[in-house]
Write a protein that binds this ligand. Structure first.
Ligand code: ADP
Ligand SMILES: N[C@@H](CCOP(=O)(O)O)C(=O)O
Length: 321
């Protein structure tokens, strides 16, 4: 469950009075999610999500996230743009937590995605990149390759309890060194989502995207890296076995909307390896630092580590198509 911070009806009413969005009808805690506290809010003018940002989301970056989603929303992309307060602000505070009221988007994330879902998701990732092309702000990828060695170092002290974790981190020392010598420097780049997982893409009953949420890792990086993150999320079983048809459906959906260059296609296996390292590392860090009394269950790092074997076996980016 993800209501880390409670909000009473009185507190919600007082906060919502800063907006011109009518009167509060209903406030409901959302159990899903692992990072932030979310509520579904119904007012006399419509539906919204109220997010209270917990420690995982840096407060200093909230203006970037709000401006980016507002930009996408204004371009007609189905992103949850923030509601704007009477004084022009988009970020407020409830119970000492920074918070924002954002648009509620229709749809449900696909629990059992098939190739139809993957094609639509691929198309909408490409549209996200196109819609953000003229977004003028930048944000460094705080989970990008420049940070993986430091993340390995932060995992190592606690990893010594587990022979498996020690072996994975030793493998990653070599892997990151190898990736760094080959990482491209001049591919098309811009605003990326950086966490385009199935649970962040809302869809209708026909498997078509209705909304893309959770922009709290958004940053400036290569578009093809964002695609590789998404292929790792959509193209494997929950346990980490590859689903080549899903990978092909996603990548072809993307390519239809935004044609990938030869250099971007060539970089895909490298980016897919890097993104498998990134998510294995953050999941491992969370697992090693998990307190069993916490309600949120840590995600499985092994499932992401297995993806690395698959990408190491790929000869060319064209093999994903
Ligand atoms: N703007 C929104 N529109 C519709 N549903 C939303 C919206 N924001 C959050 N949700 C719902 O809340 C859940 C958790 O939100 P999410 O942003 O993924 O939380 P976390 O960052 O904690 O993982 C989502 O799976 C979705 O069901
Ligand atoms: N998608 C990441 C976890 C990021 O958490 P979120 O709750 O902010 O989406 C993973 O699967 O490791």
């Amino acid at each position: 469950m993800a209501v880390f911070t409670k909000v009473s009806l009185e507190e919600a009413r007082a906060y919502l009075s800063r907006y011109e969005i009518g009167d509060l009808i209903h406030l409901e805690g959302i159990e899903e999610g692992v990072s932030n506290t979310n509520f579904k809010v119904e007012t006399t003018t419509g539906l919204y999500a109220l997010t209270l940002f917990e420690a995982a989301t840096p407060e200093k970056d909230l203006p970037y996230f709000m401006d980016y989603t507002l930009h996408l929303d204004q371009k007609g992309y189905p992103a949850p743009g923030p509601a704007i307060m009477k004084d022009g602000a988009t970020v407020g505070r409830i119970n000492e937590k920074p918070c924002a009221l954002i648009k509620w988007l229709p749809g449900r994330w696909p629990r059992n995605p098939d190739t139809r879902h993957a094609t639509s998701a691929g198309q909408y990732l490409a549209r996200l990149h196109e819609a953000g092309r003229d977004f003028p702000q930048t944000r460094e990828n705080s989970m990008g390759i420049a940070h993986w060695e430091a993340l390995i170092s932060r995992c190592e002290p606690r990893a010594s309890q587990s022979a498996r974790a020690v072996a994975v981190l030793a493998d990653f020392r070599d892997e990151v060194a190898w990736l760094k010598t080959r990482w491209p420097s001049d591919l098309p780049s811009g605003a990326i989502h950086a966490d385009y997982f199935t649970d962040n893409v809302l869809m209708d009953d026909e498997g078509q995207v209705t909304g893309v949420i959770d922009y709290y890792y958004a940053c400036t990086d290569f578009y093809a890296y964002d695609l590789a993150v998404a292929l790792n999320a959509w193209g494997f079983t929950p346990g980490g076995q590859p689903l080549p048809d899903m990978i092909a459906a996603f990548v072809n959906g993307y390519h239809e909307e935004r044609a990938l260059s030869e250099a971007e296609i060539a970089a895909l296996p490298l980016f897919a390896r890097g993104s498998a390292v990134r998510f294995t590392l953050t999941r491992l860090y969370d697992l090693l630092n998990h307190d069993p009394s916490w309600v949120v269950k840590p995600k499985d790092p092994e499932a992401f580590y297995r993806r690395l074997d698959y990408h190491r076996s790929i000869g060319s980016g064209l093999d994903y198509f």
